[in-house]
Design a protein around this ligand. Sequence first.
Ligand code: NAP
Length: 246
Amino acid sequence: MLKENTAVVTGGSRGIGKAIAVKLAELGANVAVIATHDGEQARDTIKTIEDMGRKAGLYVCDISDIKAVNDAVSQIITDFGGVDILINNAGITKDKLLMQMTEDDISSVIDVNLKGCMYVTKACLRNFIRKRRGRIVNISSVVGLMGNAGQANYSASKAGIVGFTKSVAREYASKGITCNAIAPGFICTDMTGSMPKEAVEAMLDNIPCKRYGKPEEVAELAAFLVQDCASYITGEVIKIDGGMYI
Ligand code: NAP
């Protein structure tokens, strides 16, 4: 159980992040959600968590902006009294063949997905070290492990998260901090909802389980990794992909 714990979930306004935020609240955690918009979906996440009797707050912040990240994390620590769990989930795609990718397609995806994950982790570290306990879960992707045509920028950012996860795990294990990554396959969210229908259907041929994943299934895995029962697991990358990349 996660009573008295505070979790920070980046990209917790919708999709996988929302499912994780709600699952952690279900287990007793208070949740600070970081997202770029104070929109209907973000407000719905906050209300869902508050209706469960937990404290929740929305922090509008672009995680690729290090100053905005430092300010948001300081404010969260002031408002919640500390942080126990960090879920680095926010991410974007700008899919194209490498030949067609602009500089912005490359840098924006690396800035949000990889540098953003590093900035938020760095901002939370001093607080984890002081508590001598911390749980970090980074959302990578199977394409960070296997590569994918049309996603050179995204795959590189998600592969970077794997190296980052293993390095943080090694640096801070002795301080009671674990750092693991989850590598989802195809999960039904807004992100995959914007893909061409034919590409989505073709993907099913490569998934041995013959179905797409649900955000709630990723949330169950994240919830496992942040609990005390997982305190001897660190530096791991766990795939949840219906067998897409065996
Ligand atoms: P999604 O539905 O598109 O949601 C993305 C979330 O990230 C939103 O909450 C969004 O906030 C937030 N976000 C985007 N850019 C941000 C920024 N610069 N600063 C702060 N927050 C930002 O995505 P999803 O499908 O749930 O994916 C969540 C994570 O899982 C991503 O890292 C993605 O790469 C990874 N993943 C997804 C799949 C899949 O099949 N869906 C597979 C493998 C890995 P706003 O609501 O404010 O825009």
